[in-house]
Structures are given as structure tokens and as C-alpha cells.
Ligand binder design. Structure first.
Ligand SMILES: NC(=O)c1ccc[n+]([C@@H]2O[C@H](COP(=O)([O-])OP(=O)(O)OC[C@H]3O[C@@H](n4cnc5c(N)ncnc54)[C@H](O)[C@@H]3O)[C@@H](O)[C@H]2O)c1
Length: 257
């Protein structure tokens, strides 16, 4: 018997990286996984190779699209036990370099997308009296991250939303758990793209970058599986880091020497 046998899990940002690895892990442990992403071509082709998974195209920035999507999932499966809000984008820019368009784009996917997902899955999970919401944050929401200013702000908003939902649920006996995951650098297309941009813009930074710890998408998928399963039934409102001590030991402020 799988660790999430019989559960219905929705994962956004499932066509790549951490959402994809988590979808695979959940499906391997017995969940029916609904993989959602804006990238339909990649998402549907990957979902075909995952037994127990199905793909739906979703642009998480559109509230009405969320409603249509969740209605379709409940019509098909009858319930939603797990929602992992994983879709995200990043812009490499300090506060002074961040344009209004970049600020809004990062928040549209991260902050708004997570808000809409949580808001519209709540009535479904409330009616069931159970559910696990897993929101993808970052160590950037704990330490700050001057080079990805809008991204860090968005992740901090998601962190606060997570705790508010968890407290609301506990106060009202909804039976819903809501936790956030805070990875440091994980080997995904998003990180590869960021590293490429850093190397191009600042070749001197490349040597230092190569020394930084990088985890694997499966490291995140293991934690997602735990939070999705009943093994984590006492964990609610937690901000769980996957960073191999980065938030404990690493200074964020680099000084010229
Ligand atoms: N990789 C890391 O080092 C790292 C570290 C901390 C947190 N994270 C977070 O983990 C999550 C996944 O990141 P990743 O590294 O797997 O990135 P990724 O770029 O590999 O995957 C992100 C996915 O989100 C999808 N997406 C983008 N905009 C969307 C939209 N409007 N609607 C639906 N889907 C959309 C993309 O199509 C893509 O499939 C993000 O929220 C990211 O901020 C990543």
C-alpha cells in the first residue's frame, strides 16, 4: 500500500523541475495526480509517462481558470486531498532594477496563483473535513535575497498566507493543513537559467556559484510526499527548509574585500 494510496493530488507547475518530481513521487506512492501547468505540450507528454497522472492546462494567474479547473477535477475525481502550489517564475533583478512589469509578473504567478489556488480549494477541503495544502516558497523568504527582489517578496507573501490558512483551519476545525516548503538551490531548469544569467552578467561570480550546495528535485519530492500523507497529520503552519544549513550558516550580504 502506497503512502498516499487513494488520495487525489493537484500539483501546479508540474511540467518541470520540483512540480514534476513531486508529481512522480506522489503517483508512485498511490495518489491520483492531476498535473497542471501553463506549458501544455511539455506537461501532457510528461504526464503520459506517469501511471496514475493526468495533465490539465492551467494558467495560475487567472482566478476564473482556477474555478473551472477545480470544478473539472472534483467532477472527475469527487475530491481533492492535496494541493501543491508550485508554479513560479523568477526575475534576476535588485530593487532598483525591478520594473513594474517584472514585479507584477512574478507576483501574478507566485502570489496571486497561490492565493487563487488556496482560496478555491478551501471550500472543497472544508466540505471533506480534510486536506493538505503545500505551498512552494524559498529560503529567499527567510533570509531575503537582494538579487531576486520581487521573487523574495512574493515568497514571503506565500509564507504568510500559508500560516494564516493554517491558523484559520485550526481555529475553525476545518481539518485542513497548510504548510510551506523553503528550498535553497535545487537542480531544475529554473536554477540552470538563473545560473546562466549570472555567469553571463558577472563571470567573476561563476567560481563562487559553483561552490554553493545544490539539492536534487527528489529531495523536495520526498518532503512533499510526507506533507501530503497522513504521516504529517500533526504538522500545520510549518515553514520547512530544505537547505543543508544554508539559512543557518550563510551570510546573505556579500562585502567587497
Ligand atoms: N529550483 C530552485 O532552486 C528553487 C528554490 C526554491 C524555490 N523554488 C520554487 O519551486 C517552484 C518550482 O521551481 P522549479 O525550479 O521547478 O522551476 P521550473 O521553471 O523548472 O518549473 C516551473 C513551472 O511553473 C510553470 N509555470 C510558470 N508560470 C505558470 C503559470 N502562469 N501557470 C501555470 N504554470 C506556470 C512553468 O511552465 C514550469 O513548468 C517555484 O515556485 C520556485 O520558485 C525553486
Amino acid at each position: 500500500m502506497g503512502r498516499v494510496e487513494g488520495k487525489v493530488a493537484v500539483v501546479t507547475g508540474a511540467a518541470s523541475g520540483l512540480g514534476l518530481a513531486s508529481s512522480r513521487r506522489l503517483a508512485a506512492e498511490g495518489a491520483s495526480v492531476v498535473m497542471a501547468d501553463i506549458n501544455a505540450e511539455q506537461g501532457s507528454s510528461l504526464a503520459h509517462g506517469i501511471p496514475g497522472a493526468q495533465f490539465h492546462q492551467l494558467d495560475v494567474t487567472r482566478e476564473e481558470a482556477w474555478q473551472v479547473f477545480l470544478d473539472a477535477v472534483t467532477a472527475a475525481y469527487g475530491r481533492i486531498d492535496v494541493l501543491m502550489n508550485c508554479a513560479g517564475i523568477v526575475r534576476l533583478a535588485s530593487i532598483e532594477e525591478t520594473s513594474e512589469a517584472d514585479w507584477r509578473a512574478v507576483h501574478a504567478v507566485g502570489t496571486d496563483g497561490t492565493f487563487y489556488g488556496c482560496k478555491h480549494v478551501l471550500p472543497i477541503m472544508k466540505a471533506q473535513g480534510a486536506g493538505s495544502i503545500i505551498n512552494m516558497c524559498s529560503t529567499a523568504s527567510i533570509q531575503g535575497a537582494p538579487g531576486v527582489f520581487a521573487y523574495a517578496a512574493s515568497k514571503a507573501a506565500i509564507r504568510a498566507m500559508t500560516k494564516s490558512i493554517a491558523c484559520l483551519s485550526t481555529e475553525n476545525g476545518f481539518g485542513i493543513r497548510c504548510n510551506s516548503i523553503h528550498p535553497y538551490n535545487m537542480a531544475t531548469p529554473m536554477l540552470a537559467d538563473v545560473q546562466h544569467q549570472v555567469r553571463q552578467g558577472n563571470p567573476d561570480a561563476a567560481a563562487g556559484m559553483d561552490k554553493i550546495w545544490v539539492g536534487e528535485p527528489e529531495d523536495v519530492a520526498h518532503l512533499v510526499l510526507f506533507l501530503a500523507s497522513d504521516e504529517s497529520s500533526a504538522i500545520n503552519g510549518a515553514a520547512m527548509v530544505i537547505d543543508n544549513t544554508a539559512t543557518v550558516t550563510q551570510a546573505v550580504v556579500m562585502k567587497d574585500v
